[in-house]
Design a protein around this ligand. Structure first.
Ligand SMILES: CC(C)(COP(=O)(O)OP(=O)(O)OC[C@H]1O[C@@H](n2cnc3c(N)ncnc32)[C@H](O)[C@@H]1OP(=O)(O)O)[C@@H](O)C(=O)NCCC(=O)NCCS
Length: 164
């Protein structure tokens, strides 16, 4: 699947690929690390035989750096990952332009969440994309504050949705 994931990424992020963080190499480097975390899973959507978009994520391990990147710290009982089974981190969600506004993104997203054992899911969204943030709020997510996951990345809004 890897070439398909990279190809769709390059198409969706075509106007940002010159920024090292958003380059295809940067994407693939992050994918290496994220896919080696426990419970990595991807849902790749197809229209007949054509891949149209995907979502993937992994479980945050007990000693995750996810919450330590928050610009305003969250309470310990919120960031405690117990035995590393509490939170699914949704690292990527993207759909090729012709299949936006069709419900495909939501179906891919919900398919990934179906049957996951974690109690909650978290993702990052750029605050400069308020419509995407609003979309996630409609899907049940809440903003718990800003974080910068990598030194060369943008500052993102951190969104969390309870799964049960
Ligand atoms: C996010 C995504 C999967 C949602 O798909 P969808 O459910 O079909 O919803 P839409 O594409 O209609 O997006 C909802 C709104 O956000 C806007 N939006 C989507 N991606 C955006 C982006 N990267 N930057 C700015 N605005 C964006 C859309 O224009 C739309 O606003 P509109 O209704 O005024 O046209 C899809 O828009 C996408 O693949 N975007 C590019 C990749 C991306 O930004 N992924 C999210 C990373 S957190």
């Amino acid at each position: 699947m890897r070439p398909t994931l990279a190809e769709i990424y390059a198409e969706v992020y075509a106007d940002r690929l010159s920024d090292p963080f958003f380059s295809v190499q940067g994407f693939e480097d992050r994918l290496d690390g994220q896919a080696s975390l426990p419970g990595w899973e991807v849902v790749l959507g197809y229209a007949v035989d054509q891949p149209i978009g995907y979502a993937y994520g992994s479980r945050l391990p007990q000693r995750t750096g996810w919450w330590s990147k928050m610009l305003t710290p969250l309470p310990d009982d919120f960031t405690d990952e117990y035995g590393g089974e509490r939170t699914l981190a949704l690292f990527e969600l993207m759909v090729r332009a012709p299949w936006r506004k069709t419900g495909a993104a939501r179906r891919i997203h919900e398919e990934l969440l179906a049957d996951r054992p974690e109690e909650r899911v978290t993702l990052l969204v750029e605050p400069t994309h308020p419509k995407v943030q609003t979309l996630y709020e409609e899907w049940g997510y809440e903003n718990v504050g800003p974080q910068q996951p990598f030194p060369d990345s943008p500052i993102y809004a951190t969104m969390v949705r309870q799964l049960r």
